[in-house]
Design a protein around this ligand. Structure first.
Ligand SMILES: C[S@@+](CC[C@H](N)C(=O)[O-])C[C@H]1O[C@@H](n2cnc3c(N)ncnc32)[C@H](O)[C@@H]1O
Ligand SMILES: [Zn+2]
Length: 275
């Protein structure tokens, strides 16, 4: 049987993985089976902090329903306009909405891998597309060959600089998305008595890790949610779900309309010594 080279590495010994007949193997004979849904699990038990790390089934379902309704399409369109063809790795791909729309916009054949630590999320991603390689793995140790990826995408996911440094070619791009101060302002007004205008900005930690921001694309728009299920989906897919009090949560359940602001910033980073 012929063995195909894959661009992936063994999470145990970092030797290249080759594949034949849905089994993946390194020269040390560490083997990994492709799941029936189509993904490959390269997350080692000792790299997990809990039994089922990452987003759970409820969060994944809520995010899938919300994203499929198109409410965040302007973010996806802005991302697509920033990425050129090449080897692409989406770290923290979730249930694959942005990954699949990126693949469609680049046109076939695109070389795209989506990676997430949540098995629930990756299972949902497999249902979205079979034309993307889906991995359950940690973004801190992406199991791809060193310096092999042209563009790493990492949206609304904690950035793991050592993983980025491992994966990226010398002059590669990292595209990130994070929330600005007014993101989901009206939802937060329903949840908190005082809405804080905090924004999460990765620039400083990326600078310290040797990456510089070379482009910034703000994406600001409004969207309407016209039923309580969708409002609840939005709550469930955000970290606010952990902070909302039972009173505020049940008040939100009674709402049937919410006009919400999205305030997102996409950034392109490159290695500081390559620019
Ligand atoms: C807020 S979600 C964003 C998902 C997707 N990028 C999106 O925007 O729809 C964050 C994702 O990061 C994943 N995640 C968290 N820690 C991770 C890690 N160490 N490695 C890989 N994925 C991780 C979670 O499981 C979750 O799917
Ligand atoms: Zn190995």
């Amino acid at each position: 049987m012929t063995e195909a080279v894959t661009g992936l590495i063994c999470p145990k010994c970092e030797a290249p993985l080759s594949t034949s007949d849905k089994q993946w193997r390194c020269q040390e004979n560490h083997t990994y089976d492709q799941a029936k849904q189509g993904y490959l699990n390269l997350l080692l038990v000792n790299h997990k902090k809990s039994k089922n790390p990452g987003d759970d089934a409820d969060m994944v379902r809520a995010r899938t329903e919300f994203l499929d309704a198109g409410h965040y399409q302007p973010i996806s369109d802005a991302l697509n306009s920033m990425v050129s063809p090449g080897r692409i790795l989406d770290i923290g791909c979730g249930e694959g909405y942005y990954t699949e729309r990126l693949r469609e916009s680049l046109g076939a054949p695109a070389d795209i891998t989506g990676l997430d630590i949540s098995r629930e999320a990756v299972r949902a991603a497999c249902r979205r597309s079979r034309l993307i390689r889906w991995l359950v793995a940690s973004g801190a140790r992406p199991p791809v060959e060193k310096h092999s990826i042209n563009t790493v995408v990492s949206l609304f996911t904690p950035l793991m600089p050592q993983g980025l440094d491992h994966a990226l070619v010398t002059d590669g791009d990292i595209i990130t998305a994070h929330t600005g101060p007014y993101h989901l302002y009206e939802l937060r007004q329903q949840i908190y008595d005082d809405v804080r205008l905090d924004a999460f900005a990765p620039v400083e930690s990326m600078n310290q890790a040797g990456f510089s921001c070379v482009e910034e694309v703000p994406v600001a728009f409004r969207f309407q949610l016209n039923d309580s299920t969708m409002i609840n989906n939005l709550l469930l897919m955000t970290p606010h779900r952990w902070k909302v009090t039972p009173d505020k949560a049940s008040a939100l359940q009674q709402l049937h309309h919410l006009d919400v602001r999205a305030d997102v910033i996409l950034q392109r980073f490159r290695r500081t010594d390559s620019i």
